[in-house]
Design a protein around this ligand. Structure first.
Ligand code: FAD
Length: 274
C-alpha cells in the first residue's frame, strides 16, 4: 500500500543552494507528493526565502505549504502575510509558535500556536488548510505529557485540520500519542514526521535541541561509525525504512519527510517501502 507523501524543505540561503534545491525537488516529485512544505524562521527571519521557495513550488505545479511561525509577531503583520500568501495561491499552512533565537525578547501578540490557529480562522475562514505540530515524545518546554496533549488539543479545537509530528525513532511513542488523541476525540490525521539519517553529528545536535529521543542503540551504533559516512547512511536507511514500515502497517495516514534539502536518503527509503 502506498501512503500519501509530503516533503519538507528549508529556504536556501544562496543562489547555489536554490539551484540545488530545484534539482532535489524534481527528483522528489517523481514520488508524486501531496504537497511540499517550506520552513519559516521565527521572527520572520526567512520571510523572503520561504515565500520565494513556496512560489517556485506552486509554479512547478505542486501544492505548497508555507510554515508560519507567530512568536514575536503582531496581529497586523500576520494579517498582511496571510493576505500575501493568499494572493500567491497558497492554500495550506503549517501554523507554529516557533522558537526565537536566544537574546530576542518574545514580545508580539501571540503566545502559542493555538492563538495563531484561532487568528487564522477568524481572519480567513476556511481559506487555508491548517497543519499544526505535535510531539509524540513531548515538547521539550512542556510541563508534562498531559499538558502537551492539552496544548495539542487546543490547536485542534482552534481549527487545525491535521498535524505533523516532530520526528522520532520509536514507533510506540507515535501510536500511543495517536491513541491518546483519539481518546480525547481529536480525530484529525496525525502524520508522522520522518527524519532520514545521513549525518550523525547533525542528527544528535538537532535531536538534543528539539527533544527527539535517539534510542541508545542507535546513538551508540552511529558513534561507532565515526566518520564512515557510507556506513552511517546504510545503517540509517535500514533504521528509517523499518520505522516507516511499522508506521505504515500500524495505520499512519501519510508520511512527511524532513528532507534536509536532499533527495537521496528520502528516495532510498521510499524505494524500499513502496
Ligand atoms: P505550541 O503548540 O504553541 O507549543 C509550545 C509549547 O507551549 C509546548 O511546550 C506546549 O506544551 C506549550 N503550550 C501550548 N499552549 C499552552 C498553553 N495554553 N499554556 C501553557 N503551555 C502551552 N520552527 C520554526 O521556527 N519554523 C518552522 O518552520 C518549523 N516547522 C516545524 C514543523 C513541524 C512539523 C514541527 C513538529 C516543528 C516545527 N518547528 C518549526 C519547531 C517549532 O516551532 C518548535 O517546536 C516550537 O518550540 C513549538 O512550536 P509549536 O507550534 O508546537 O508551539
Amino acid at each position: 500500500m502506498r501512503l500519501p507523501l509530503s516533503f519538507e524543505f528549508f529556504p536556501p540561503k544562496t543562489v547555489e543552494g536554490a539551484t540545488k534545491l530545484r534539482a532535489v525537488r524534481q527528483q522528489l516529485y517523481t514520488r508524486k507528493p501531496e504537497f511540499c512544505s517550506v520552513t519559516y524562521g521565527a521572527g520572520g527571519s526567512t520571510h523572503d526565502g520561504t515565500f520565494n521557495t513556496v512560489r517556485e513550488i506552486l509554479g512547478e505545479g505542486v501544492d505548497a505549504a508555507s510554515h508560519f511561525s507567530c512568536i514575536g509577531s503582531t496581529k497586523e503583520t500576520v494579517r498582511m502575510q496571510l493576505a500575501e500568501l493568499k494572493a500567491m495561491g497558497v492554500k495550506r499552512l503549517v501554523a507554529l509558535r516557533g522558537d526565537l533565537p536566544s537574546g530576542y525578547g518574545a514580545g508580539g501578540e501571540f503566545l502559542y500556536a493555538s492563538d495563531l490557529v484561532s487568528f487564522i480562522r477568524e481572519e480567513t475562514g476556511r481559506d487555508f488548510h491548517i497543519e499544526v505540530a505535535c510531539y509524540p515524545e513531548v515538547h521539550p518546554q512542556s510541563r508534562s505529557p498531559e499538558a502537551d496533549l492539552r496544548a495539542y488539543a487546543a490547536k485542534v479545537e482552534a481549527g487545525a485540520d491535521s498535524a505533523i509530528t516532530q520526528y522520532f525513532f520509536s514507533a510506540e511513542a507515535y501510536f500511543r500519542f495517536v491513541d491518546e488523541a483519539r481518546k480525547l476525540k481529536l480525530d484529525v490525521p496525525v502524520v508522522p514526521g520522518v527524519m532520514p539519517i545521513t549525518n550523525s553529528t547533525q542528527l544528535m545536535r538537532f535531536s538534543d535541541a528539539c527533544g527527539a529521543e535517539i534510542p541508545r542503540w542507535i546513538r551508540l551504533r552511529l558513534q561507532g561509525f565515526g566518520d564512515d559516512t557510507a556506513s552511517i547512511k546504510a545503517f540509517g536507511l535500514d533504521v528509517v525504512t523499518d520505522l516507516c514500515v511499522r508506521l505504515r502497517d500500524g495505520g499512519a495516514p501519510a508520511l512527511h519527510f524532513y528532507t534536509m534539502n536532499q533527495a537521496a536518503a528520502t528516495l532510498g527509503v521510499l524505494e524500499r517501502i513502496e
